[in-house]
Design a protein around this ligand. Structure first.
Ligand code: NAD
Ligand code: G3P
Length: 334
């Protein structure tokens, strides 16, 4: 397999910019596509992205463009826009992408309306692409600053996953290759929903014991759904599953945890969404995760209460009562 030298990153937000910087540090030639001409101008003139990565000056030069056609000929494309925009962002590449080009989905979510994992959407829009996923415990601000990070990079074909890991690896960024596309995506999508639940527990001041219990029971949900959908157990206990769950369920740096924290303090989801809160993917994935669970015959009680709280069908206290009054059961057979 030929080496991956040129990389196009689609998405000029926090994670897209951080991954572009990280790939440049790894020695790749990187083009960042963003839809906002003002941001592209800022990157070209100042090598900064002050709105999404305040305080970070790029240590490696990035080429920026507003024309998505400039991305089509790269050896690999990283898609890093919000999960619900995946279809719209990929569609213009349909007639441009060379067969076999790896498209690495770096967003974490499930497509509303279809219940698709993002690789299913990719297969519908760009069937010629080689489907790949990057996920794991990694805050954009940490990666942008070159703090040590490890992630999972999965591709349909293990040799492609190895090539992508090789291309993205640097002294501070360590990808582990995998061929489990399903497991890698289920972990990233569900941890966002579960982080909202843990944030709400913290915001409602229910205690560290409750937060740990919810993290563990959340992991049981993530595992049940992942296995029912065909994930490998070792992926679910790896970086993109348990690793990312632990990070997001314990840190106020997580936007999903932070969103939940504000719910716990009494704000409503509608109010938060209307007041320009930062992107919290779990808000959009919660309901569809519950639907996926129903489709696969899997019970997801924590995701269900998160979905109900977001839709204002339940208060935080009612959610707690619902979880605590469920019939007792054996832990292993849950
Ligand atoms: N920020 C992180 O630490 C982090 C880490 C890992 C994964 N992720 C995932 O990466 C994805 C993106 O997150 P982010 O942190 O970069 O979000 P962000 O809010 O910082 O940036 C999102 C970017 O997407 C752009 N965008 C929105 N809609 C678009 C559209 N229709 N077409 C083109 N561009 C559009 C916005 O202008 C913005 O530049 C999410 O799925 C998130 O879960 C984020
Ligand atoms: O800020 P969050 O909650 O979107 O989390 C960012 C990353 O997904 C953490 O791995």
């Amino acid at each position: 397999m030929a080496g991956i030298e040129t990389i196009a990153v689609l998405g000029g937000g926090a994670w897209g910019t951080a991954l572009a910087l990280s790939a440049a540090r790894a020695g790749r030639s990187v083009t960042l596509w963003a839809r906002d001409p003002a941001l592209v101008a800022e990157i070209r003139s100042r090598q900064t992205n002050r709105a999404y990565l305040p305080g970070v000056t790029f240590d490696e030069p990035l080429t920026a463009t507003c024309d998505i056609a400039d991305a089509a000929n790269a050896d690999a494309i990283l898609l890093v826009t919000p999960a619900q925009t995946t279809r719209a962002v990929l569609t213009p590449l349909a007639g441009l992408l060379r067969p076999g080009t790896p498209v690495v989905l770096c967003s974490k979510g499930i497509e509303k309306g279809t219940g698709n994992l993002l690789t299913d959407t990719l297969a519908e829009v760009l069937p010629q692409a080689h489907p790949s996923v990057l996920s794991g415990p990694s805050f954009a601000a940490d990666v942008a600053r070159g703090l040590p990070t490890a992630v999972t990079v999965a591709a349909r074909d293990g040799a492609m996953a190895d090539a992508l890991a090789q291309a993205l690896a640097s002294a501070s960024f360590r990808p582990y290759a995998s061929s489990d596309l399903i497991g890698t995506q289920v972990g990233g999508a569900l941890k966002n929903v579960l982080a909202i639940a843990c944030g709400a527990v913290a915001g409602r001041k229910l205690g560290a014991s409750a937060q740990a219990a919810l993290t563990a029971r959340g992991f049981a949900e993530l595992t049940r759904l992942g296995l029912a959908m065909g994930a490998r157990p070792e992926t679910l206990t790896g970086l993109s599953g348990l690793g990312d769950l632990v990070l997001s369920c314990s840190s106020t740096q997580s936007r999903n945890f932070s969103f939940g924290h504000k719910l716990g303090e009494g704000r409503t989801a509608e109010d938060l969404l209307n007041s320009g809160e930062k992107l919290a993917e779990g808000v959009f994935s919660a309901e569809i995760a519950v639907e996926l669970g129903e489709r696969h015959g899997v019970d997801l009680p924590v995701c269900k209460v998160v979905s109900d709280v977001i839709a204002a069908r339940l208060t935080i206290d009612e959610a707690l009562n619902r979880l605590m009054s469920r019939p007792l059961r054996r832990e292993a057979g849950a």
